[in-house]
Design a protein around this ligand. Structure first.
Ligand SMILES: [Zn+2]
Length: 141
């Protein structure tokens, strides 16, 4: 699944053949065919296959949702990498965002961007064994 496919690029009540869908979504026809092989509902009784816009939207949304995998215990979420990453040196800073929730911030070991993770107070103990948590702003030493 290409990462930035916009489900709103197709109209819910229109039908698309493979090429029209590919053009609208700025992906290759092969990608659309793969989606049909995968799970995208298409009218395959006759050729060209037709796909309802709403089915395309549903498929893209479902794929995006399943791509949001939970983070491993030793990861923060890096928005630049769009995935879970370990912080440099396992160092994170902690700040409160609400009475029950804190945010961990670290430096992505992969791209040096800021990676974050929302945690509940209940998770502190477990995460303190994994991360080197400080409540001070990073000194950049
Ligand atoms: Zn990163």
């Amino acid at each position: 699944m290409p990462k930035r496919v916009n489900p709103m690029a197709v109209k819910a009540n229109d039908t698309y053949d493979v090429f029209e869908a590919a053009r609208a979504l700025k992906v290759s026809p092969a990608t659309i065919r793969n989606w049909i092989k995968d799970d995208l509902e298409a009218m395959t009784a006759s050729k060209p296959y037709l796909i309802l816009g709403s089915a395309i939207r549903e498929y893209i949304r479902a794929k995006k949702a399943s791509a949001r995998r939970p983070l491993k215990d030793d990861q923060l979420f890096c928005p630049s990498c769009r995935t879970g990453r370990k912080p440099n040196g396992m160092r994170v800073t902690l700040s409160a965002v609400s009475p029950k929730t804190d945010i961990l911030k670290g430096v992505c070991e992969h791209c040096n961007g800021t990676a974050t993770r929302m945690i509940s107070h209940k998770q502190h103990k477990a995460l303190a064994a994994t991360f080197r948590i400080s409540t001070e702003p990073d000194s950049k030493a």
